[in-house]
Design a protein around this ligand. Structure first.
Ligand SMILES: NC(=O)c1ccc[n+]([C@@H]2O[C@H](COP(=O)([O-])OP(=O)(O)OC[C@H]3O[C@@H](n4cnc5c(N)ncnc54)[C@H](O)[C@@H]3O)[C@@H](O)[C@H]2O)c1
Length: 253
């Protein structure tokens, strides 16, 4: 699992471990990944291991995934979760931020999928779950790189599903609405600036995100984790190429 040290990734690592999967936690932040790996092992009683891995660094990522396969005796599931956000109007959107966001959020998914493919193929069964977003199904202004990358992830998921089907590999995208993690909290300073002084972080986040979700509550990381775990299970063997919204009704209107 990539981007496993916190947020949705950490919740998913714990959920998969509780169901009995040994979990490899890959993250750019190795120290945090190690802390999370220890916590997951303590809470689940299952073997975990943290690896430093930047999903944009192809050669190192491939070597790391090969090492995971050697350490664990194979790879059954790949959860492409690493992701970043940058919010800015298109006209002044910095070129380097476009490369940064699309490099991690879209090309990173391709890099990890390509590196894990021979290992999944060797098992004759595989599960790939890609973290897209509600922003892969619709758009929100000032997020051109993120929206493009997440739409791309859904296309890549479908392409992966077609090539995976004869090999026993499924590929699906999950599309969460707003989950209160660092990725969402990081948008608070800009939101406060745009709403004006006197607006608290809590209020700004609620105003920006909850209006889009008829359920009027932030989604918990565990809810997304449980959906991912289901997609990794044998019960989900006929679900492939799907983009599944878990968005509190965001895309229902
Ligand atoms: N939080 C939400 O509301 C939300 C909604 C829809 C989709 N998502 C998606 O879910 C995924 C997880 O998001 P989150 O909210 O838990 O974010 P988060 O910021 O809490 O966690 C992201 C993780 O990715 C890691 N990461 C960043 N760059 C990396 C790189 N180059 N290589 C490896 N790891 C890297 C970070 O260290 C971190 O552990 C992302 O793909 C995000 O786009 C989040």
């Amino acid at each position: 699992m990539t981007g496993a040290s916190r947020g949705i990734g950490a919740a998913t690592a714990l959920e998969l471990a509780k169901l009995g999967s040994a979990v490899a936690l890959l993250d750019v932040d190795e120290a945090d990944a190690a802390k999370t790996a220890n916590r997951v092992a303590a809470e689940s009683g299952v073997a975990t291991r943290a690896y430093r891995a930047d999903v944009t660094d192809r050669a190192t990522l491939r070597a790391t995934i090969d090492r995971v396969a050697a350490d664990f005796g194979g790879v059954d599931h790949l959860v492409n979760n690493a992701g970043v956000q940058f919010v800015n109007p298109l006209e002044t959107f910095p070129d380097d931020k476009w490369d940064f966001v699309t490099g991690i959020d879209l090309t990173g998914v391709f890099n990890a999928t390509k590196a894990a493919w021979p290992h999944l193929k060797a098992r004759g069964r595989g599960r790939i779950v890609n973290l897209a977003s509600v922003q892969g199904l619709i758009a929100t202004e000032y997020k051109p790189a993120y929206v493009s990358a997440k739409h791309g992830v859904i296309g890549l998921t479908r392409a992966t599903a077609l090539e995976g089907a004869p090999l026993g590999i499924t590929a699906n995208a999950v599309c969460p609405g707003a989950v209160l993690t660092d990725l969402v909290k990081g948008q608070a300073p800009d939101l406060i600036r745009s709403y004006g002084p006197g607006v608290s972080e809590d209020e700004a986040l609620k105003r920006a995100f909850l209006g889009n979700m008829p359920t009027q509550r932030f989604i918990e990381p565990i809810e997304v984790a449980q959906l991912i775990a289901y997609l990794c299970s044998d019960a989900a063997r006929s679900i492939t190429g799907a983009a599944i919204a878990i968005d509190g009704g965001w895309t229902a209107h």
